[in-house]
Design a binder for this molecule. Structure first.
Ligand code: SF4
Length: 649
């Protein structure tokens, strides 16, 4: 088979110990690609509607992308899928690193786990053999210790490991799955599903070749894409980024962002490049979403400037097949010989959101949470929730065990996170995220839990870019920031490849961003469809920022498979995957309108000062218009029979 995909998945029943292969017909890849789409196809029909996400009926799948290992670039993402214990509906998360190609080198597009083991185990696959092995001695270890120990023990060349840490073992609903000593498939709480199955890790050897239809064509396309990635100008100093943000805030007009500019910043600093700009323009929420750049101005954010997080990098970190390398491995004298550079989301979740500008605490928290296997976005959002509850007197020193949870008190924030990781004292209450904690605390505290469908929102404020607000609410995995926004649409430049999509003016009035017009929902639906194709291919979001003309996604897919599909036909596949994920939620009793995000983050009431002053989002209209783009019922969000028939679902 020379089509980029392997045509098989592995099924592991942890209750019975039975391991089977399943051949997947070509027709499934034609309709759903691999990765996220294949995961949705297999799980939709096989997880019963009333399955407990932490019970044996839930299925957890690890999938590679269709393009992974074919010679295409930016295509080293792996995906984990299952019923989310955090939202109760469809759960997925994806991650970079070097784990993804190993799934295919073992001969599979995906490895799926059902049932529950009685004792801790891990799966080892190499040379065509899969074995369930005892993991009792690794249970309790953090993710870094686990990965290092399993690599030492594995009898194969270049073993790759995905594992949980203590957070997943303790069934924290905000736990994720780690690889490469600190990269994490963090969202949807799928680390807890792994913990509930007593599955500590997946260890893969594998040396199979991944064959494509036209490898030479893929190489040629990759060479051109590589040139576009490298063709960057040197950028400014980190400390200057705040000034750029301030300028962007005060100007009444805005320039459409060409993603090449952002790629240049990613190349230099990684996601930390946005630390100060985002605060200044109102992209980054402050003080649990009730503050603004007025509360956390440049004099405070200066200590979080991009250089602070990049100066200690001694080697850039590249995921598999990535020409950019936005990550970094840092060495901090007297503290860590090696630690991953904190990402923008982590810096701002424990920075502006908690009014904390102590970078040492953020480096430390990043390492603690990566080792625990806990989502830094949800953990930061939950800590900000706790700080506000403390401010309002809803929780007191009695509950916190003496911690003074005041805004920006970095030592108390660190101590609280350590308790959350250990589920100790108030940490046990907070270890399942802010919504669950608010349900237990009561006393009107739910208004301070800033989330959508139970998942804490990432550090992108819909009051600055309403596209982020819309995707937080309409994604079948709610609270998702990696699918679409007005900014992403500008950078994706899909109108250059797909007929009929609105283009973006080079200069536009900032006020026009806040009109909930039809063009914006057409753009939002296009982002969703495109990102489902990206996630079926295993492609990194940051590659998409190059623009659809420079990232040859559709051409790579055709060259890998031998298909001759048009960009429109690929977008229809994206639409099918989105619709099936929505159907999964409906099957599991989710009302799509219940995934609406917290009022405060929608500007209800609007902020009285700062970059987002006076703004509120007409989200109900935007949601209805978005659903219409898919042919779903505009009132309920349920795909209509006509839509399902058109898409062949
Ligand atoms: S851009 Fe960054 S996250 Fe994306 S594949 Fe490259 S290194 Fe990984």
């Amino acid at each position: 088979m020379d089509k980029g995909y392997m045509g098989k998945v592995l099924w592991v029943d942890l209750s019975s110990g039975k391991i089977d292969e399943e051949t997947i017909p070509d027709s499934v890849y034609v309709k759903y690609l691999s990765g996220l789409g294949l995961g949705a196809y297999l799980l939709y029909s096989r997880i019963p509607a009333d399955a407990d996400p932490l019970g044996p009926e839930n299925i957890l799948g690890f999938l590679s992308g269709l393009l992974t290992g074919t010679g295409s670039l930016f295509t080293g993402r792996w995906m984990v899928v299952g019923k989310s214990p955090l939202t109760g509906g469809w759960g997925d998360a994806n991650c970079g690193g070097n784990f993804s190609p190993s799934i295919k080198r073992c001969g599979y597009d995906g490895i799926f786990f059902k049932g529950t083991s009685k004792k801790p185990v891990y799966l080892f696959v190499d040379k065509g053999k899969a074995e369930i092995k005892d993991a009792s001695r690794f249970w309790g270890m953090d993710t870094v210790e686990t990965e290092k120990s399993l690599i030492k023990e594995a009898d194969c060349k270049k073993p790759r490991v995905a594992c949980i840490g203590p957070a997943g073992e303790k069934l924290s609903l905000i736990s994720g799955i780690c690889n490469d000593l600190g990269r994490m498939a963090a969202r949807s709480g799928l680390g807890a599903v792994m913990g509930s199955k007593k599955l500590k890790a997946v260890v893969l050897g594998g040396a199979m070749r991944i064959k494509s239809h036209s490898p030479d064509k893929i190489k040629k396309l990759s060479r051109t894409c590589n040139t576009a990635t490298k063709d960057q100008s040197q950028f400014i100093k980190g400390i200057m980024s705040a000034r750029i943000g301030t300028l962007m805030r005060v100007l009444p007009t805005q320039m459409a962002m060409d993603g090449k500019m952002y790629i240049s910043m990613l190349d230099k600093w990684g996601t930390a490049s946005m630390n100060q700009i985002s605060i200044e323009i109102g992209d980054s929420p402050i003080k649990n979403w009730k503050g603004s750049n007025k509360d956390f101005g440049t004099e405070k954010s200066e200590l979080l400037n991009p250089d602070v997080f990049t100066d200690s990098v001694f080697v850039k970190y590249h995921c598999y097949s990535c020409p950019l390398g936005c990550g970094g491995i840092c060495s901090i004298k007297g503290k860590y010989s090696e630690t991953h550079k904190p990402e923008y989301e982590t810096v701002l979740a424990f920075g502006g959101l908690c009014m904390n500008n102590d970078p040492d605490s953020i480096f430390y928290l990043n390492e603690v949470l990566n080792r625990a296997g806990m989502d830094t976005i949800s953990a930061g959002g939950t800590v900000a929730f706790a700080l506000e509850c403390y401010e309002k007197g809803i929780i007191t020193k009695k509950e916190t065990g003496g911690l003074e949870l005041t805004w920006g008190n970095s030592s108390a924030i660190v101590a609280l996170v350590e308790k959350i990781v250990k589920r100790e004292g108030i940490g046990d209450l907070l270890a399942d995220g802010s919504k669950v904690a608010a349900q237990k605390i009561g006393n009107n505290s739910m208004q301070y839990a800033i989330q959508a469908g139970g998942q804490e929102l990432a550090m992108h404020d819909g009051r600055n870019d309403p596209g982020f607000a819309l995707h937080n609410c309409v994604e079948p995995t709610p609270g998702r920031h990696t699918i679409g926004s007005q900014l992403y649409y500008e950078m994706f430049q899909l109108w250059k490849k797909i007929k009929g999509l609105p283009d973006v003016k080079f200069i536009y009035s900032k006020n026009s961003k806040y009109l909930p017009d039809r063009e914006k929902t057409i753009a939002a639906a296009a982002c969703s469809k495109y990102m489902n194709v990206m996630n079926g291919a295993g492609c990194c979001l940051f590659g998409a920022f190059l623009g659809a003309n420079r990232l040859p996604l559709f051409d790579w897919l055709n060259a890998a498979t031998g298909w001759e599909k048009t960009p429109d036909q690929y977008m229809e596949i994206g639409e099918r995957i989105q619709t099936l994920r929505q159907m999964f939620n409906i099957k599991h009793g989710i009302e799509p309108k219940d995934y609406k995000m917290s009022d405060r983050a929608l500007g209800r009431p609007p902020l009285e000062e700062g970059a987002n002053k006076g703004r509120s989002i007409d989200i109900e209209k935007m949601i209805g218009d978005y659903w219409e783009q898919f042919g779903w019922d505009t009132k309920t969000g349920k795909p209509t029979d006509a839509c399902l028939k058109r898409l062949g679902i």
